[in-house]
Design a protein around this ligand. Sequence first.
Ligand code: NAD
Length: 260
Amino acid sequence: MDLNTKTALITGAGSGIGRQIALTFARAGANVGVADLNLQTAQQTVDEITDNNGNAMAIAMDVTNEQQVDQGTQALVDQYGKIDVLVSNAGFQHIDPIISLDFADWRKIIAVHLDGAFLNTRAAMRHMVKQQTGGSIILMGSVHSKVASPLKAPYVSAKHGTLGLCRTVAKEGAEHNIRANLICPGFVKTPLVEKQIPEQAKEFNISEEEVVKKIMLKDTVDGEFTTTEDVANTALFLAAFPNNALTGQSIIVSHGWTME
Ligand code: NAD
């Protein structure tokens, strides 16, 4: 699986899963656009790639901002000549029961996960269609694209939405040789998850250890966290896959948390 001659844009690539995908894609030979709200962490990912003789550029991008998404995607195409792969990955979590959830928090989660996935997909597809090269759109879903958990209404709703977007892109993209797939990770120990362990402990009035054992990893086959490398290797497989045989699919990487 190599990505030589390919150019990929990865959002939320300054941290966690997105960072690991950026490093993995660069190692596989891709030119990588490292997009993040936080330009400083994006630059750190770029420095790590260039220190290892890879090619990457940092892109300041709020995925909910139409202009920044379009301009950031254009900047990548200006630099490397085209875009072949999008990984729409930027995201965050919000923990609250529905009855005390602010509308503003609902909207923010939906905006980052769903508006962001739409804006990035549209920008990438426009270039891919114009280039007549085809391409691979990879959306970051979650096990929460398939199942629900309490306290996560906006996240679960947004992640279910990315599944619908993925399937629609697969249908519309086919005539342009653009494929779309969704990765659905289980719990991965990134800042996004580290933050919610104490939050859930407080809401459920249990210890942090119990949150990990009795909530997060309870239904896995082996009680193990999924790793950023597991998710990045799945993204590499989807990015390098050559044709539409694999499109409109959702791949769960979760130590068997769910097998739907
Ligand atoms: P993370 O917090 O480590 O990284 C998220 C990155 O997204 C950060 O660098 C942040 O700056 C960036 N970001 C946030 N809002 C943004 C915006 N508006 N525009 C641009 N960038 C923005 O989180 P992570 O765990 O690596 O999560 C990455 C993706 O994986 C998310 O979509 C998340 O929902 C999904 N996911 C994570 C887990 C998990 O257990 N960690 C499980 C399933 C799915």
